[in-house]
Design a protein. Structure first.
Length: 580
């Protein structure tokens, strides 16, 4: 406990359900016996919830059905009682319009599953993009001891002797197919070789970003986020999570003791050094606010200016994937390399300080995990922009785009919807030049709906045919963490609610000045006022159901896109009663 005392069996949260000699507890105990358990299974034992996001519609979590059994083995070894509970599986591959629409629903489900059941501690099983923040957000709000078990990256892709990275190489080769450089047979070979095992994306996409953030924040056992999903070490890690969560219950090591301002800052520094996904911004802000830590865009940008990118992993890096990162020493080695840029006194779920968990960590390949003196990019992964197009901020990933776009000025080519844009860019006669700035609006949290990953706008076919593979693009959407290019995202406020992006017109001049962190349109104030007076609010996307609730309560990108009634105010806890 906080004073070093171990919790007694009578103090277990689950004892409120099972210990009293009354009618309600009779009912609770009899239902455990209905499942073949006896008093020796629960009396004096912590009950550990295993929140499993396994689903046959989520290939990234295909191994979780068996990994849950590995976690249970560890719980049993330490004298706990494991109980598995299904949780919403936010697969990135199939969920429409976007899994981001349902991140908050998973957070709600996680919090309520924990709050309403006799659980003393939980192991959270996630990895595919939105499962990590969704599970963590809910568990932070619930407040019981928790460990996050990452799904782990899949193996490297391969086709015709070439290493393929999920997402990143899909976009790359799709452009070559559009240019006529790849035929159907080769395309089919790439399709079959790019995802060779279970596990999440093996590029430094959102999945690898968020599991690394969870570990850097202290919520995973040391090294857990780096282990490839098919590796036998992943099985052993799952079992160790089961053992450790039982100890955490007795120690009363709750999330509020782990996710502190120092832990959030550590997570942001590690994310910048790894070449993180732009999605890290919205998720890290949301997670921090659930932990009542005041952390926002300006904090991220400040850390990005001073933290070199040292993980040479695609898409920000050129040559390597997460399997290589693991063999090079993994996240422990990268954090060790960061030295005093991290707060090493931060507490972790291991029960040790962060610095203790990094003792003995080594870099085995200094081209994969670079020294600070030889970074992949001189600043961190992300930069935050401000200007009259994005007064509440926008995000860009400088290391993943052509340096010539760091200062760029050109005419806007504006699209109001994804179908309109998709049709236009396939027109080989589209009136577009490499200097144009492609703009997609009405694709934010409310406009998408749900903030879809549409922000890596396709290069127009007319330019693809001319050999161009990058151009400046702006959107109030997100993009996949496996994406790359000169893409400005998360423009806030979004156009759907009347943000300045709603007033931009085709032909208006747009300027990006990355060193100055500015994004502006050159339109006079009088003309902007005229356009604003003529602007009409789009019709709501939903009239019922979860989408209706989402539309009324989701915050903007710069605030983490959590629901306004769930994001905690900064300061003392609200003291919500625990029903039992």
């Amino acid at each position: 406990m906080a004073d070093g005392r171990r919790k007694s069996a009578e103090e277990l949260r689950s004892a409120r359900w099972f210990a009293p000699d009354d009618l309600r507890s009779f009912g609770h105990r009899s239902r455990l016996m209905q499942m073949g358990l006896g008093p020796e299974d629960w009396e004096g034992r912590p009950i550990i919830g295993i929140l499993n996001t396994w689903s046959e519609m989520n290939p990234c979590h295909a191994h979780f059905r068996s990994r849950a059994e590995d976690v249970k083995r560890g719980v049993h070894q330490r004298g706990g009682l494991p109980v598995e509970l299904p949780a919403l599986s936010l697969d990135e591959s199939y969920t429409k319009p976007t899994s981001m629409l349902y991140r908050n629903l998973l957070a709600i489900e996680t919090e309520e599953q924990i709050r309403s059941h006799p659980l003393d501690g939980v192991v959270l099983m996630g990895g595919c993009d939105k499962t990590t923040p969704g599970l963590v957000m809910g568990a932070l709000s619930a407040g019981v001891p928790m460990i996050f078990l990452p799904a782990g990256p899949m193996l490297r892709g391969n086709h015709a002797g070439k290493v393929l990275g999920s997402g990143s190489d899909a976009w790359k080769y799709w452009d070559e197919r559009r240019a006529g450089n790849i035929g159907p047979e080769e395309w089919l070979g790439i399709e079959g070789g790019i995802a060779r095992s279970y596990g999440h994306c093996m590029t430094m996409g959102t999945a690898s970003t968020m599991t690394a953030i969870a570990e850097a924040m202290g919520l995973c056992l040391p090294g857990a986020s780096s282990i490839p999903a098919p590796d036998s070490g992943h099985i052993r890690m799952a079992t160790e999570c089961g053992r450790r969560i039982v100890d955490m219950v007795w120690e009363d090591l709750t999330p509020d003791r782990i996710v502190t301002p120092a832990a959030v800052r550590n997570a942001a520094v590690v994310a910048m050094a790894m070449g993180c996904s732009t999605n890290a911004v919205v998720h890290l802000i949301a997670m921090a606010r659930r932990a009542r830590v005041d952390f926002g865009l300006d904090d991220l940008d400040a850390l990005g200016r001073t933290t070199p990118l040292i993980a040479n992993v695609r898409p920000a890096g050129k040559d390597y994937l997460m399997e290589d990162f693991y063999y090079a020493g993994g996240l422990r080695a990268l954090m060790h390399e960061l030295g005093d840029r991290l707060d090493r006194d931060a507490v972790t779920v291991s029960g040790k300080r962060l610095g203790e968990t990094l003792e003995g960590a080594k870099v085995y390949n200094s081209d994969v995990i670079r020294p600070l003196s030889n970074p992949v990019y001189h600043e961190g992964s992300l930069a935050v922009l401000r200007g009259n197009l994005c007064p509440d901020g926008a995000v860009i990933k400088p290391a993943a785009c052509d340096p010539r776009f760091e200062r760029h000025e050109g005419p806007a080519l504006v699209f109001d919807s994804y179908p309109e844009m998709k049709k236009a860019v396939e027109d080989e006669n589209l009136d577009v030049t490499p200097d144009h700035v492609l703009v997609l609006r009405n694709a934010g949290p409310l406009g998408g709906p749900g903030f879809p990953e549409w922000g890596m706008l396709p290069i127009p076919k007319a330019l693809i045919k001319q050999g161009h593979r990058d151009m400046l693009r702006i959107s109030d959407a997100r993009m996949s963490g496996t994406s790359y290019g000169a893409c400005i995202l998360h423009v806030a406020p979004e156009s759907f609610v009347g943000g300045p992006l709603a007033l931009l017109q085709t032909g208006d001049i747009v300027r990006l000045d990355l060193p100055a962190r500015r994004l502006d349109m050159f339109v006079g104030e009088e003309e902007l006022a005229r356009r604003r007076a003529a602007w009409v609010q789009p019709q709501p996307r939903y009239g019922r159901g979860y989408g209706w609730m989402f539309s009324r309560h989701v915050t903007q990108a710069n605030e983490g896109c959590d629901f306004d009634y769930l994001a905690a105010e900064f300061g003392p806890a609200a003291g919500e009663p625990d029903i039992y």
